[in-house]
Write a protein of this length. Structure first.
Length: 332
């Protein structure tokens, strides 16, 4: 690959946490914020990991590995998203939603690929993640696979609806995290590796961009009535504690197997909260508030974050600009 891309300043755009004017309510594809010109399409990106250190937030191994859990969860998780959405595509009758769902699937497939490259980079630095990844394969391939686990007598269509509800609940958190990383100026102040920061912000921006798609897909395929609403609440009640456990266990695994630390540091809330206080991680309050918002019957994900800020970053991302330039040169 070419030289390492260094992020330019990320635009803040509008800071509002409410839906842009004209955005469609629950049940249909959310429209774009005025003037954003956003379209949900996968983007070419190119990251060069050769110069990225294992602790890419200097002197902050706990903060580094808390965020590194994303690289563990996302390759398998986003492949699973795409697989479930492919199964549900025949149920989509709204052409606008179908277009957005296909764009969502393309973006998630690209995310999965790019985070897999990071796992390869960690392995090259002596941090083997394969044992932990096998747990995630069991989660997505067996517990959340094509058929209900342990031969539970759940109708096929209902099992599909539940998995769509799980994806919608997970996407609530990815939108919140995506918006957080776009505004996390403390990461720059801590001299975070610029390539990793660009990856996180590029991915976060696309999560904000397609924040409503999984929710709209669920509403379209499972309905907005009492049963559909109850299933949505149940899915969040499952997702929230499981994600917390996966994050804690993933961070503990990474710290325990970090070849630089040599088992001298364990995951602790004290160290985690110290990083939060520095602005290197989102606050528990930010994450926790995402749950009651989602539980409201009137809720729609277009209320999350700033689409304008996300689109502005996507236009300036060094990795996206570098890949676009390389593609243009190759076609000359």
């Amino acid at each position: 690959m070419g030289g390492r891309a260094v992020p330019s300043g990320h635009g803040h755009g509008d800071q509002g946490g409410t839906a842009g004017a004209g955005e469609r309510p629950a049940g249909g594809s959310a429209e774009r914020e005025p003037g954003s010109g956003a379209r949900i399409v996968p983007r070419r990106v190119s990251f060069d990991w050769d110069g990225t250190p294992l602790h890419w937030i200097p002197g902050e191994p706990t903060a580094t590995h808390v965020i590194n859990v994303l690289h563990l969860l996302l390759p398998a998780g986003e492949r699973w998203f795409v697989k479930v959405f492919k199964e549900a595509l025949p149920l989509v009758t709204d052409p606008d939603l179908l277009r957005d769902v296909k764009g969502f699937m393309g973006q998630e497939a690209t995310h999965s690929t790019q985070h897999t490259y990071v796992l390869d980079h960690l392995a090259a630095q002596g941090l083997d993640t394969a044992p932990y990844l096998r747990r995630l394969d069991f989660l997505f391939d067996v517990l959340l696979g094509d058929k209900p686990p342990f031969r539970q007598p759940v109708p096929r269509r209902e099992w599909l609806r539940f998995r769509l509800a799980v994806i919608a609940a997970i996407e609530q958190f990815t939108a919140v995290l995506g918006d957080w990383v776009l505004g996390a100026d403390a990461l720059e102040e801590a001299e975070t590796d610029p390539v990793m920061l660009d990856l996180l912000r590029w991915h976060g921006a696309e999560e904000v961009e397609h924040r409503s798609v999984a929710f709209d897909m669920y509403q379209h395929c499972a309905g907005t009535g009492t049963t559909g609403y109850a299933r949505r609440l149940y899915a969040m009640a499952v997702v929230a504690p499981v994600m917390l456990w996966l994050w804690a266990s993933g961070t503990a695994y990474l710290l325990r197997h970090d070849p630089v630390l040599g088992r001298r540091l364990r995951y602790s809330l004290r160290e985690h909260n110290r990083a939060v206080a520095k602005g290197l991680l989102p606050t528990w309050r930010e994450l926790g508030r995402a749950i009651p918002r989602y539980m409201k019957r009137s809720y729609h994900p277009s209320q999350e974050g700033s689409l304008r800020r996300a689109v502005e970053y996507l236009a300036s991302s060094p990795a996206a600009r570098s890949a676009a330039g390389a593609f243009a040169r190759a076609t000359l």
